[in-house]
Ligand binder design. Structure first.
Ligand SMILES: Nc1ncnc2c1ncn2[C@@H]1O[C@H](COP(=O)(O)OP(=O)(O)OP(=O)(O)O)[C@@H](O)[C@H]1O
Length: 598
């Protein structure tokens, strides 16, 4: 967050609420009008009451009481209708505000570069999109539904009560001062606590996500107790904070009632003397007490807001931090490039914030259409970072990447992403069917194209056996094996018919012959495409037309398989380590993987 935000607490909330209200001017006007009508009705009641007592009860005029009673009832019903309308319109405004904010956060996050996305992280983005947006929506509801009316009621009630008796004004002044001091202390104390509640929710989300996603690992490593302890810790923190905030909020109401009752007693004491001295009528005292209660109610509404606003301010600041965050990608390119796309890296460098060394260090590489270019490297050598440059999930810190002779930053971004398919290490299948997953590649593709893609990815037989294109896919593809998920992801990319295909360790869960068949299928399906493949396995890159050897972010050699075997020591070591037979397991001990392979 910028210092500007810290220096002006509440500025984010005002900005977000105002922008939502601008989009719903008619509803806002409706809420205010309904509030004014409801307020006028409630302000009239004590005066009617006083008239009934003084002119009806004291004078024994029953027809007057009936007439005024009927008017009072009609005004009360009108006030009730206006209040209900204000609440209904306020609720629509609140829901609309939350929906606007969710849409806005969603759109911004969708535009984030991978680095920007990782800086924030999934758990907090989920909390911000769900919890924070509804907190701000509720604050807008409270603000428009009650905070607009509350000052009007309070000021109106003060004026009306003074009309009944100026001599009782000190009671009002003292009551207002005591209540205001109480609210002030509450706001100052609760604001930091409320901000911490959201952070605690983030932490619970983070731990819960990790543990739900890693259930198998937790069980396999017998870490259930440690996982449960970790969850209990964050859950306990959140519970303690919520309890403190709730306790403070609950203490407020009895406090307000106590002050209201004391003020009422004071009014009766002083009022009785004024009646004795004929400075006040009985009806006047009743009306004054009624107005006093309206003043307390008006101030109490601020208490409700005071309880909500610190949280809403914290939420608005967290939302603004997402909405105002630069996406990390310039998106103003306009170039549209036709035909096959040679891909050229010119001294491209990727540097992550806080890292000592660049993840990709001045890589230069040319990948031609109709060929497969492979990059081989050990774990953390920078393969994923290099391939992420192509669909502009990342931008290079220095150097350039060009497709079709045009710098990627100059491309119209949607066009670039339509031309490139990227199959990552996590296969990102979504809940639905095989068909719905494949159609993410191209919604218009006919069934014939889907089946050809499945055949090329060596997945057609499996899909037929499992029930065809309508076969269900669980979230994350968890009802398929790792290798099947990878092949479905490759098929989805083929459905798109990309001009550039990036395969980032996309064969890591396949055996050698399946991976070879899948790569042949890809070549046959996309004869003109530029294919860039990153892998740790020599077997998966040996048939490539050009291989670049990546070591600690640098390309240390390029060539074909046989060529590199003779002149590149790093490549030779890869080949030898992966060709070596695994050592016999120690008696009773676990099997240990060797070399640089998985
Ligand atoms: N979002 C990130 N923030 C900070 N550092 C990162 C990020 N992503 C990757 N790195 C670092 O950059 C380096 C290269 O990572 P990268 O994922 O590109 O390597 P890789 O060769 O694909 O590794 P692997 O084969 O293990 O997936 C690593 O040191 C890694 O820790």
């Amino acid at each position: 967050m910028s210092g500007a935000h810290a220096a002006r607490p509440g500025a984010d909330l005002v900005r977000l609420a105002a922008s939502s209200m601008r989009n719903r001017r008619a509803i806002v006007a409706g809420v205010i009008l309904a509030q004014i009508l409801a307020m006028a009705a409630s302000l009239a009641q004590p005066t009617f009451n006083a008239l009934i007592i003084d002119n009806g009860v004291v004078a024994g005029d029953v027809p007057y009481i009936e007439r005024m009673g009927a008017i009072m009832l009609a005004v009360a019903i009108g006030g009730l209708v206006a209040s209900l309308a204000a609440i209904a319109l306020g609720a629509a405004l609140s829901a609309g505000t939350s929906a606007d904010l969710r849409r806005s956060v969603y759109r911004h996050v969708a535009d984030f570069s991978t680095a920007t996305y990782h800086e924030l992280g999934t758990p907090t983005l989920l909390t911000r999109t769900s919890l924070d947006t509804s907190v701000v929506g509720q604050a807008v509801f409270l603000t428009t539904s009650v905070a607009v009316a509350a000052p009007l009621v309070t000021v109106g009630a003060i004026a009306m009560s003074l009309r009944e008796s100026v001599r009782l004004a000190p009671v009002i002044v003292v009551t207002a001062i005591v209540l205001s001091i109480g609210i002030g202390i509450f706001v100052v104390y609760v604001t930091p606590l409320a901000t911490r509640v959201q952070g605690a929710v983030d932490r619970v989300n983070r731990v819960l996500r990790e543990q739900l996603g890693g259930t198998r690992i937790i069980r396999a490593f017998r870490r259930e107790r440690a996982a449960s302890t970790r969850f209990s810790e964050v859950n306990r923190d959140l519970t303690a904070l919520v309890r403190r905030v709730a306790a403070l909020q609950l203490m407020l109401l009895p406090g307000v009632l106590l002050i209201a009752n004391l003020a009422s007693v004071a009014t009766s004491l002083f009022g009785a003397r004024l009646i004795e001295d004929s400075h006040l009528t009985i009806g006047g005292l009743t009306a004054f007490t009624g107005y006093l209660m309206q003043i307390v109610a008006g101030i109490t509404v601020f208490i409700a807001l005071a309880g909500m606003l610190p949280r809403a301010r914290a939420s608005a600041t967290r939302l603004s931090a997402v909405i105002n965050r630069p996406a990390g990608l310039d998106d103003d390119g306009t170039a549209v490039v036709e035909g096959p796309l040679p891909l050229t890296f010119r001294s491209a460098t990727v540097r992550y914030e806080g890292a000592d060394h660049p993840a990709v260090d001045a890589v230069s590489l040319k990948c031609l259409p109709g060929t497969v270019t492979a990059v081989i490297g050990g774990t953390s050598s920078g393969k994923s970072s290099l391939l992420a440059l192509v669909p502009r999930l990342l931008d290079p810190a220095s150097g350039t990447v060009e497709a079709g002779g045009v710098r990627l930053g100059a491309w119209h971004l949607p066009d670039l992403r339509a031309a490139v398919a990227h199959v990552g290490q996590g296969q990102s299948l979504v809940a639905g069917t095989v068909e719905s997953n494949l159609r993410l590649g191209d919604a218009e593709a006919d069934d014939d194209r889907l089946w050809r893609a499945l055949e090329a990815a060596q997945m057609a037989t499996t899909v037929v056996d499992r029930g065809g294109l309508s076969t269900e896919v669980a979230q994350g593809g968890s009802n398929f094996s790792g290798g099947q998920r990878q092949r479905l992801a490759v098929a989805r990319a083929l459905v798109r018919r990309p001009r550039i295909l990036c395969l980032d360790s996309a064969f890591s869960a396949m055996d050698r012959s399946t991976a070879e068949s899948v790569l042949s299928g890809i070549r046959a399906t996309l004869p003109e495409a530029t294919i860039l493949l990153a892998d740790q396995q020599v077997d998966n890159v040996r048939s490539a037309d050009l291989i670049g050897v990546l070591d600690a972010g640098r390309i240390v050699a390029t060539g074909r398989h046989e060529d590199l075997l003779t002149r590149c020591a790093v490549y030779r070591e890869f080949a030898q380590a992966q060709a070596a037979p695994a050592p016999a397991p120690a008696p009773g001990g676990p099997t240990v993987a060797t070399g640089v392979s998985r």
